[in-house]
Design a protein around this ligand. Structure first.
Ligand SMILES: *Cc1c(COP(=O)(O)O)cnc(C)c1O
Length: 350
């Protein structure tokens, strides 16, 4: 830390992104990226923007919001487009939390939530998942605090049902419930249909995982118009051009390729179930994941050691050095071929 760094952030511990090694070709099963390329439409549309880069992008993201609103069955007024859903999650902490509305979220969830709370000086509480890494509904119903739930959760992959989410939303009429649907397309139940019904519901979605666009940085906040306006107050106070021209065009292109994207998600879900069965055959225990990753541990293998041994053999998975989950690893679902290699290498280790 330099002597000039603001005292406001002196104790801030930043989020640690998954490794993106540039030195050697790994089989990358560590950051939940898609094994499929982006849609042809997305690639072509982004390329066509290159000669317009002297012009700013549309701060309203009008065409993109229209296209996505139509796809998911909401109005464009219910959407804000963002530079990856991480950006709108940070805005949600800024917009909907303060001393009277502290944030709550599970102790085992997306590692960015506590970082956003710390960075914005927001009080927060981490609510322990039960012994099976499940959310206890009673901890959130009527909590009257700003709730952040990833559904399906990460890194466990476990999902709440639509009815369970609605129960949390319904019993917290005076506080915001943020549902992070980063992984919903791989087998979760979306709450988007509840947007017209509850003014305290705020959903985030991303094109990073199911739409193979992690490098483009595109996400959405989805909520009633009043909440979207709150987010826009913050967005226009920081960076109104947060979604660049190439990404905006690529996003519209990807929306036009919905059938191909659905097929990709189905393939990932199928490979996930195949991989889970193979891991269980090798003695692993896996949570019931509805996401594009598995969360697995083995009674005879130390979690960190497994991560290190696979890395030496050219396969990257994600280990979290965190008390309750130290023996687990999060394994992204890649192509069937990549998962076969993973299974073979683990078989050798055993
Ligand atoms: C990947 C992820 C996100 C955000 O990803 P972006 O690339 O910023 O859209 C949000 N929440 C969870 C739980 C994630 O795993």
């Amino acid at each position: 830390m330099s002597r000039y760094f603001s005292r406001n952030y002196a104790s801030l511990v930043p989020y640690t992104p998954g490794e993106q090694p540039q030195n050697r070709q790994y089989i990358k099963l560590n950051t939940n990226e898609s094994p499929f390329p982006p849609s042809e439409n997305a690639i072509r549309a982004a390329a066509e923007e290159l000669d317009k880069l002297m012009l700013y992008s549309d701060p309203e993201c009008k065409l993109l919001r229209q296209a996505y609103a139509e796809l998911i069955g909401v109005k464009p007024e219910n959407l804000v487009a963002v530079n990856g859903s991480d950006e709108v999650l940070n805005f949600a902490f800024m917009a909907f939390c303060d001393a009277t509305h502290p944030a709550i979220f599970p102790d085992i969830t997306y590692g960015f939530y506590p970082v956003y709370a710390e960075a914005n000086h927001i009080p927060y509480e981490e609510i322990p998942l039960d012994e099976n890494y499940r959310i206890r509904l009673a901890d959130y119903c009527g909590a009257n605090k700003t709730i952040f739930i990833a559904n399906p959760n990460a890194p466990t992959g476990i999902a709440l049902t639509h009815a369970e989410c609605e129960e949390i939303i319904r019993t917290n009429p005076d506080s915001i419930v943020v549902i992070d649907e980063a992984y919903v397309d791989f087998g979760g139940e979306s709450c988007v249909d509840l947007i017209g019904k509850y003014d305290n519901l705020f959903i985030t979605q991303t094109f990073s995982k199911s739409r193979s666009m992690a490098g483009a940085r595109l996400g959405f906040g989805i909520a009633c118009e009043a909440l979207i306006n709150d987010i826009n107050t913050l967005r226009y106070s920081t960076n109104p051009y947060n979604v660049n021209r190439m990404t905006m065009a690529a996003g519209i292109g990807a929306i036009r390729d919905e059938a191909a994207i659905r097929a990709n998600c189905a393939a990932v879900a199928e490979t996930r179930e195949w991989t889970k069965a193979e891991l269980e055959r090798l003695g692993f225990a896996c949570t019931e994941s509805r996401a594009n990753f598995l969360f697995a541990c083995h009674p005879q293998l130390d979690g960190k050691r497994l991560y290190e041994q696979l890395k030496e053999r050219g396969v990257l998975i994600r280990h979290f050095d965190k008390e309750r989950i130290r023996n687990y690893n999060r394994i992204t679902i890649g192509s069937k071929e990549q998962m076969q290699i993973l299974i073979d290498k683990i078989g050798e280790l055993l």
